[in-house]
Design a protein around this ligand. Sequence first.
Ligand SMILES: O=C(CO)COP(=O)(O)O
Length: 248
Amino acid sequence: MSGKLVIGNWKMNTRGDSARQLAAALLADGETNREGVGIAAPAVYLAALAEQLKGGNIALSSQDVSRFAADGAFTGEVSAAMLADVGCRYALVGHSERRQYFREDSAALLAKMRNAIAAGVVPVLCVGETLEQRESGAYLDVVREQLAILAEIADGEYVVAYEPVWAIGTGKVASLEQIAEIHAFIKNWCLQNVSGSDKIRVLYGGSVKAENAEAILATKNVGGALVGGASLDAGSFRVICQAAGKMI
Ligand SMILES: O=C(CO)COP(=O)(O)O
């Protein structure tokens, strides 16, 4: 796929009815019902959404994937094979909320990445520093450490999403200079450390809104956006996808 990728991360929001309505609005609109647009929905609604999205162009994503690959006694887990089975094209991995609340570490995240790739699901590895790490100047080291698992993956397609924790849900968007710096850093790191890295797409996430999407998406090395809050509003998400659609 060429062009920008925009994924709406619904997080722990919606119910069956509101998920269906939101998906219906996105399907009815050519700006959102197209290649390069995805939604990361709560696990319980994935199967129903997959049915609803059939025949359209919107890609389905999970918000997580189990670090366990084989079927078995892992209560509460959803495996990569199950995600593939219901038709997920993507799986978010290591979102900062999961790192923070579920203490997901590098070993678990590497397993999740590998399981997704093996099942034919494209993992979206989320990286990003906290406000404290940004202010102490350690942010590049933090991101480098989070990227390190990619060097352990021999091959397979994946996406990286840079989401500074301090910009998530805060309305505090990173400046274009900050975004350009870190995206160049991630691209260079990938070029030096992983094979096939010229094809790796790096998304930006953190308070992407209708008003700032165009400028962010036009920033060098930004391959798309991971959108939280604004993806719950079909009108806002449409504007973001429209901005992305204009760029190759
Ligand atoms: O975490 C995010 C997407 O994964 C970003 O969330 P917001 O767009 O609500 O800041």
